[in-house]
Design a protein around this ligand. Structure first.
Ligand code: F6P
Length: 342
C-alpha cells in the first residue's frame, strides 16, 4: 500500500511526530510506502511531493513545526481543484490520503472523501476546538508555554501594582485561555464563548486594589469580545477562511481599564510563541498514537474517518461528525472558571 500524507492549516507542535509515526508504522508493520505532499493541499494541487522512509523521519519526534510545510487554501480553490488533486494522487499511486490538520483541513478532507477519495484524517490544533476528539495534540504544549509565561508576569505585575492582560490564542474557542488561566492562577479569564461585561471587569480591578491586593492578571483569548455597546471596540471581521481576525482585544480592553480605573495596565500578546518549539511529552505521545492508529485504520480499510482520543483510547469518528461544529468551552467549564474569578 502507498499512503499520502500532508499537513494543512497553522502549524502545531506534534505534527512531525505524527508524520514519523505514520511512516514507521506503515514501513515496519505493513511494509508499505509513504509519500509526503508539501505545503498542505497546495502540494496536491501543484504536484509537489517527497518520499518519506524511516530514515527521512529520524529525529522528527521532538521537532516543532512540520517538515512537510503547511498552508491554508481557500475553500473555493479546493472545490475547483478536486480533479487536479485526484489526478496527483493517481499519478503517485496513492491508495489512502492521511491529511493532518484542523477544522479547515478536515473540512477539505471530508469534501474529498465525499468525492470518493480514500481518506483517514488526523486532527491537530493548539486551539483544541475539533469536535469528536477529547483533545488535540499541540494544545498541551500551548497551555504549558502560556502558563510558564503568565507565571513570569505575576512578579513584574506585583512589583508595579499593575494590571497585566495576557492575550492568548483561540479565536473561536477559549480552551487555551481556560486552562492557562486556571493553571497560572489568573484573577480574570475572558473567552470568546461568553462576551465580557466591561463594568464587571472594572469592578473586579477596583475591588482587588481596594482590598490591598498587589496586582491583577487577566488572561484574554484573542477572540474574546465585550457585550455590545459597552466600549468603543474595533471588530476585526472575518478573513477569507471564515476565521475571526485579530482585534487586539487585550490592548483595547487595557486602554478602557486604564481610563476607568486610573490603574496602570499593560497588555502582552503571546502570539505564535505558543505554537513554536518542541512538543510536551503528552503531545508527543498523543501525536504518536494518532499516527499509529491512522496508519492501522488506512491498512484495515477504514475511510472517511478521523482518529480521535476518547477517554484514554484512540477511536475512529466519521469526518462528517468532526467538521459539523466547532468544540467550544461548555457552560459547565465556564462555571468552574467563575469560581476563581476575583
Ligand atoms: O488555529 C490555530 C491558530 O494558532 C489560532 O489560535 C490563531 O488565531 C491562528 O492559528 C493564527 O493563525 P496564523 O498563523 O495564520 O496567524
Amino acid at each position: 500500500m502507498r499512503i499520502g500524507v500532508l499537513t494543512g492549516g497553522g502549524d502545531c507542535p506534534g505534527l512531525n511526530a505524527v508524520i514519523r509515526s505514520v511512516v514507521r508504522t506503515a514501513a515496519t508493520q505493513y511494509g508499505s510506502e509513504v509519500i509526503g505532499f508539501r505545503d498542505g493541499w497546495r502540494g496536491l494541487l501543484e504536484d509537489r511531493s517527497t518520499p518519506l522512509d524511516v530514515a527521512a523521519v529520524d529525529g522528527l519526534l521532538t521537532r516543532g513545526g512540520t517538515t512537510l510545510g503547511s498552508a491554508r487554501v481557500a475553500p473555493e480553490k479546493l472545490d475547483a481543484g478536486l480533479d487536479t488533486m485526484r489526478r496527483t494522487l493517481d499519478r503517485h499511486g496513492v491508495d489512502v490520503l492521511v491529511p493532518i490538520g484542523g477544522e479547515g483541513t478536515l473540512t477539505a478532507a471530508h469534501l474529498l472523501s465525499e468525492a470518493g477519495v480514500p481518506v483517514v484524517g488526523v486532527p491537530k490544533t493548539i486551539d483544541n476546538d475539533i469536535d469528536g476528539t477529547d483533545l488535540t495534540f499541540g494544545f498541551d504544549t500551548a497551555v504549558s508555554i502560556a502558563t510558564d509565561l503568565i507565571d513570569r508576569l505575576h512578579t513584574t505585575a506585583e512589583s508595579h501594582q499593575r494590571v497585566l492582560l495576557v492575550e492568548v490564542m483561540g479565536r473561536h474557542a477559549g480552551w487555551i485561555a481556560l486552562h492557562a488561566g486556571l493553571a497560572a492562577g489568573a484573577h480574570l479569564t475572558l473567552v470568546p464563548e461568553e462576551p465580557f461585561d466591561v463594568d464587571d471587569v472594572v469592578r473586579l480591578v477596583t475591588e482587588r486594589f481596594a482590598r490591598g491586593d498587589s496586582h491583577v492578571i487577566g488572561v484574554v483569548a484573542e477572540g474574546a469580545h465585550p457585550l455590545p455597546g459597552q466600549m468603543a471596540f474595533r471588530e476585526g471581521g472575518v478573513d477569507e477562511f471564515g476565521h475571526r481576525r485579530f482585534t487586539g482585544v487585550a490592548q483595547q480592553l487595557g486602554e478602557e481599564l486604564e481610563r476607568r480605573t486610573g490603574k496602570e495596565v499593560r497588555a502582552t500578546v503571546l502570539g505564535h510563541v505558543q505554537r513554536g518549539g518542541t512538543p510536551t511529552s503528552f503531545d508527543r505521545v498523543l501525536a504518536t498514537r494518532f499516527g499509529l492508529h491512522a496508519a492501522i485504520a488506512a491498512h484495515e480499510g477504514h475511510r472517511g474517518q478521523m482518529v480521535a482520543l476518547r477517554g484514554t483510547d484512540i477511536d475512529l469518528v466519521p469526518l462528517a461528525r468532526a467538521v459539523a461544529r466547532l468544540k467550544t468551552v461548555p457552560a459547565s467549564r465556564l462555571r468552574e472558571l467563575h469560581a476563581f474569578t476575583g
